[in-house]
Design a protein around this ligand. Structure first.
Ligand code: NDP
Ligand SMILES: O=C1O[C@H](COP(=O)(O)O)[C@@H](O)[C@H](O)[C@H]1O
Length: 378
């Protein structure tokens, strides 16, 4: 993820929280003004399963103050404020009903399309009303837009945000946009998407999320590999026979064919989440834990991957996928993928990295299995 506080015009410069002192600056910077969080695609799967529950956790921990924050859901579906609240209520676990209801009172819904101004004008009016009701100083508001949407609509949605919904001041408050993976469908569309977003927002306003990087298990990989004296000398081709990265889910699309069917399992899971896991398992030790040093090592190991052979890839679709009303009857989209990666470098020459991705199986586990041969058998 990248981000920062500056609100200058769009540019090509990258910003990142590169050290603990940056993080401290961020925490210590005094931000005032009310905060509007807009979840675009609020009717969808990500919003109900992850985005609203994550906001609820922040609320529970005191990071979202009722007096300052309002959460707007936005999507095309025709639902009421209460309709949205009831959709998400069941996903807000572990708290009293009163606490959940208190949080849900912060949530309202605006309906509109993703490519014309009418809905975004309504949204802007609703945000401005909230800001006025909090006696916000003109233009000092904080506006956060979370795109829980298929990436195909990011460019039009971002244009609408830029045209209708920006925090009106250039010297106080901010506007930020969070986008989800996958960033495009292939290299060309990813570059095009980047260019389109770059024309609308500067890099410090744009946050790209891969939620697997926030998982404890994934974060611990760095510690396991580089701070553990047992594994440090063993983590190579002499001791490891093969690596399997397995992702399984015990449920199907469940009404989210609108996004999934355009992308399929490789773009949904392998190209982002599991490639990140692969990089952390296979890369060399970074110079430091600064994001750019970790990124550099990831790039190096990716550059060492030999092109995937067609006869080492298996794709499939689970029976019943097309019964979902949001999936086209003639869909050929893969929901299963298995493939082999080979890394051409001193550490890994001759070792296979196998990805196995299953949608809709009975087991729901996420594991990295490393079989250490020689060492324990010799
Ligand atoms: N589901 C998950 O667990 C996770 C999803 N993500 C990412 O979140 C994003 C959204 O995924 P998800 O919520 O699962 O998908 P959904 O299919 O549920 O889509 C979200 C919302 O987007 C709108 N929408 C769906 N299809 C289209 C379309 N073709 N054109 C325009 N609008 C559409 C719908 O809202 P309406 O019709 O009301 O406008 C829908 O409710 C993706 O980029 C995905 O990679 C990331 C991490 C986890
Ligand atoms: O990004 C996505 O991830 C979820 C799985 O996330 P997890 O944290 O529950 O393992 C997946 O269901 C979804 O298809 C995909 O878009």
């Amino acid at each position: 993820m990248s981000g920062g506080l500056d609100e200058s015009s769009p540019s090509s410069g990258r910003a990142s929280l590169s050290s603990l002192s940056d993080l401290k600056d961020l925490e210590l910077s005094s931000e005032s003004g009310c905060l509007s969080i807009v979840v675009l695609g609020a009717s969808g799967d990500l919003a109900k399963k992850k985005t609203f529950p994550a906001l609820f956790h922040l609320f529970e921990q005191g990071f979202l103050q009722s007096g300052e924050v309002h959460i707007f859901g936005y999507a095309r579906s025709n639902i009421s404020d209460d309709g949205l609240r009831e959709r998400i209520r069941g996903y807000l676990k572990g708290a009293s009903d009163e606490h959940v209801s208190e949080f849900l009172q912060l949530v309202t819904y605006v309906s509109g399309s993703y490519d014309n101004g009418e809905g975004f004008e309504l949204l802007n009016n609703a945000i401005s009303e909230h800001e006025t009701s909090k006696n916000n100083k003109a233009g000092s508001s904080r506006r956060l837009f979370y795109l829980a949407l298929p990436p195909s609509v990011y460019p039009s949605v971002c244009k609408m945000i830029r045209s209708y919904c920006m925090n009106p001041s250039s010297h106080a408050g901010w506007t930020r946009v969070i986008v989800e993976k996958p960033f495009g469908k292939d290299l060309d569309s990813a570059e095009e998407l980047s260019a389109q977003l770059g024309q609308l927002f500067n890099e410090k306003q744009l946050y790209r999320i891969d939620h697997y990087l926030g998982k404890e298990l994934v974060q611990n990989l760095l510690v396991l590999r580089f701070a553990n004296r047992l594994f440090l000398p063993l983590w190579n081709r002499d001791n490891i026979d093969n690596v399997q990265i397995v992702f399984r889910e015990d449920f199907g699309t469940e009404g989210r064919g609108g996004y999934f069917d355009q992308y399929g399992i490789i773009r949904d899971i392998i190209q982002n989440h599991l490639l990140q896991v692969f990089c952390l398992v296979a890369m060399e030790k970074p110079v430091s834990l600064k994001p750019e040093h970790i990124r550099d090592e990831k790039v190096k190991v990716l550059q060492s991957v030999i092109p995937i052979k067609h006869d080492e890839v298996v794709l499939g679709q689970y029976d019943g996928y097309k019964d979902d009303s949001t999936v086209p009857d003639d869909s050929n989209t893969p929901t299963f993928a298995s493939l082999v990666l080979r890394v051409h470098n001193e550490r890994w020459e001759g070792i296979c990295y196998t990805y196995n991705i299953y949608y809709y199986l009975e087991l729901c586990i996420f594991v990295t299995i490393i079989s250490i041969h020689n060492y324990f058998h010799s």
